[in-house]
Design a protein around this ligand. Sequence first.
Ligand code: PLP
Length: 406
Amino acid sequence: MANGRGKTMENKRIYMDYSATTPVKKEVLDEMLPYFNEGFGNASSFYSYGHEAKEALELARTRVAALINAEPNEIYFTAGGSESDNWAIKGVAFDLQRKGKGNHIITSKIEHHAILHTCEYLEKNFGFEVTYLDVDEEGKVSPEALENAIKDNTILISIMFANNEIGTVEPIKELVEVAKKHKILFHTDAVQAAGNIPVDVKELGVDMVSMSSHKIYGPKGVGALFIRRGLRFDNLVHGGAQEKRRRAGTENIPAIVGYGKAAELAKANMDNHIKELTRLRNKLIEGVKERIPYTRINGSLEDRLPGNANFAFKFIEGEGILLLLNHAGISGSSGSACTSGSLDPSHVLLAIGLPHEIAHGSLRLTVGDFTTDEDIDYILEVLPKVIERLRSMSPLYEEALQAEGK
Ligand SMILES: *Cc1c(COP(=O)(O)O)cnc(C)c1O
């Protein structure tokens, strides 16, 4: 185990963290490869190498646009979901603050750190005021709460489409309606959603949408921001004239091509992807509920990302679970402690009302396109033993059993 990837019980390695990142699909890689050498041209160049790159760039733009029913000229490529989030929030905030429209931003307590830390930065250093909306026990933001939080100086609302930890899908359409009624711009971080479940910007009427490639079987370090036609605000990356002068930097053509292909595949396979992932995830959740007592399923059961399962196991710590699972070849994640580099439990689990000690015992397992029934069977065999072993060392568990007279 010295190198961290030594032999496991049965030499198995089961990836159960598709919400953290996904492998690049073969079809995606195959389309990318020529653009590293033969097709290496700079898309801004006049000669044919440049034209080839430019064509590939525009095809990718068309494919990513199609994924969310946008127009190609509403798609701006970025270096990923975090950059898209930063751009939307800072770009709009600085623009409207400078124009004297206000300085109040509304977001939620369960956003990704790319949103939360950006808002905190604006709050701390640039005189913005931010409202972080509470969520209910399923992790949902209520349209009424949003309505009540709106003030005369509100300039921007940013609520995520689907949560990366507990998988809850937000009532975005209703939330956007509230924003529109008050003529306030609405941004949504759809990094977990776009490519996994239907996202339709025309139907929703959103103004900005953040997306990322590596959560949908494309390469890392590339994403996009949808900006509704006609909407203008500050650039985040200043420099050359790329992306219609709105996002500078020589385009990462191989990555963008890969993202385009991943988006095309995601759109084509969406129905089957949802059906299959939901089936596997339900099998996992049901199996765990049957086999492991004192288990809580976090997040909404109805409005949920197809691949997401999030458990809280009472009396034990997430890190212990991850460690033992990893030893058995299973890669999952926990919202707490060492995985996230902090000792605080996940802000999302606290926001849905879990007490600290229960939030600490959380486990997120996310299935994806390469997950099999055998993988789930193996997890259902291993996980109960792991939990039982950890609980057998927990004095709290002892007490609970005694209290029940067992
Ligand atoms: C992964 C993720 C991000 C960050 O995207 P990157 O492409 O990794 O920068 C932002 N928001 C959510 C909800 C995510 O899951």
